[in-house]
Design a protein around this ligand. Structure first.
Ligand code: GDP
Length: 426
């Protein structure tokens, strides 16, 4: 069978975790290939309700091997607390079902501090960071100023390495930000309390995956966030600091030669966006509050109220294109059931002209949405499991989106639970 990537088409929070949880049934291995614990996937299944941040969403399936690839921001402290929360809910995590790439770089204790300090310095020009240290981590990774998970097997080399990086980093902490310096005692505590505990999970995942490919195993690549948060193709600088697109999956997963045969793009039936930055189709006031409440749009990691708006065709079409999506899972259609008329942002108005091309990031905040309205269906669709049982207005809405974004919508999700979906097919 084929390899597959599940990716976000928009700003994140599209419901990727829910789709990975559903589709892992068909895969042997699930790999998180980028990002850190700065966002969250909410998964609801027969084992309970879970907020995952770094753990791959295949962790709930017996016989699925979950991997944290070399592309992730490996935060040992956060990972440990997430593992504890999941095992406390009765889901086993062992070195058999969770493997951490020895080439994953370590998010070091000062990365979180630097994230916070820089957002403070930016004051009213903040990037809207979740302050999990992701941007400082990736900057340091590219400067080769962090350690690899595999160094945990070579304590002396690791300590020497950390000491050198700490001395360099203390210059920034103290001289640029006026903060307290780190000491080796602080790092020893971090090594003992967090790193030692994740060490049993660290291994040579590259060799493991090479063999898995030879054996014909099926791999699912799981992304965090969405196209518009991609470091190269997103709404710079309001992006994350890694590549969220499927093209990066084989690299960040640790098997650069693997083919990604299917790319399932996840799109929400309306738009949401967490944090700062241009959000052309944003709704405000009562209309926005109602949609936020109906969709329960609060961040899984931060609890922050998400900004909401109608589906944005311009941004979604662009997102589909940069992901190279081969099919789409449309989620949260059930949330729109209360609306008489469904608003959709069909084009943008920029410099006095209408356009359907996603603008260059620097001028995105000048774009205005062109809104059109579609008939609502005004009935509960959360129990519907067959395409032909959806009300005609709901089918028309789905078919309209499909046509506009040039990609078949194969799944329509009508609830957060594993089985609350309709397989529409191509
Ligand atoms: P992710 O990061 O892309 O996995 O998305 P999040 O987990 O942050 O946000 C998606 C939210 O929507 C979660 O709370 C899911 O449980 C929920 N969800 C996913 N699909 C559906 C759906 O079809 N209907 C409803 N009502 N909720 C859904």
């Amino acid at each position: 069978m084929a390899n597959c990537a599940i990716v976000g088409i928009n700003w994140g929070d599209e419901g990727k975790g829910r789709m990975v949880d559903l589709l892992t049934e068909r895969y042997d291995i699930v790999i998180r290939f980028q990002g850190g614990g700065n966002a969250g996937h909410t998964v609801v299944n027969d084992k309970g309700k879970f907020a995952l941040h770094l753990l791959p969403s295949g962790i709930f399936r017996e016989n699925v091997v979950n991997i944290l690839g070399n592309g992730v921001a490996l935060d040992p402290e956060n990972l440990l607390s997430e593992m504890k929360a999941v095992t406390d809910q009765g889901v086993p995590i062992t070195p058999e079902n969770l493997k951490i790439s020895d080439h994953a770089s370590l998010l070091l204790p000062w990365h979180r501090d630097l994230d916070e300090l820089e957002e403070q310095r930016l004051a009213d020009k903040q990037y809207g960071s979740t302050k999990q240290g992701i941007a400082p981590f990736y900057s340091d990774k590219y400067q080769k100023k962090t350690g690899l998970a595999g160094e945990l097997f070579y304590p002396e080399i690791l300590r020497e390495h950390l000491k050198d990086i700490m001395e360099w980093k203390n210059l920034t902490l103290t001289r640029v930000y006026g903060a307290e310096p780190y000491t080796m005692e602080m790092l020893e505590a971090w090594l003992e309390n967090a790193c030692e505990k994740i060490r049993p999970f660290v291994c040579d995942t590259h060799t493991f995956l090479k063999q898995a490919l030879k054996d014909g195993k099926n791999i699912l690549f799981e992304a965090q966030l969405g196209s518009l948060r991609d470091l190269d193709f997103g709404i710079i600088p309001y992006t994350t600091s890694s590549n969220t697109i499927a093209a990066y999956a084989p690299i960040g997963a640790g098997i650069p030669s693997a083919r990604v045969d299917d790319i399932v793009g996840v799109v929400k039936a309306y738009s949401t966006c967490v944090g700062e930055g241009p959000f052309v189709a944003e709704m405000f006031g009562k209309e926005a509050d109602e949609l936020r409440e109906k969709g329960f749009e609060y961040g899984a990691k931060t609890g922050r109220a998400r900004r909401v708006g109608p589906l944005d065709i311009v941004a979604t079409r662009y997102g589909v294109e940069v992901q190279g999506a081969t099919e789409i899972a449309l989620t949260k259609l059930d949330v729109l059931s209360y609306l008489d008329k469904i608003p959709v942002c069909t084009r943008y108005k920029l410099n006095g002209e209408e356009t359907d091309i996603f603008p260059f990031p620097s001028v995105l905040d000048r774009a205005e949405p062109v809104i059109e309205y579609f008939d609502g269906w005004k009935c509960d669709v959360s129990g519907v499991r067959k395409w032909e049982d959806l009300p005609e207005a709901a089918r028309n809405y789905v078919l309209y989106i499909e046509k506009q974004i040039n990609c078949p919508i194969t799944y329509v999700s009508v609830g957060p639970e594993r089985d609350s979906y309709i397989y529409k097919g191509k």
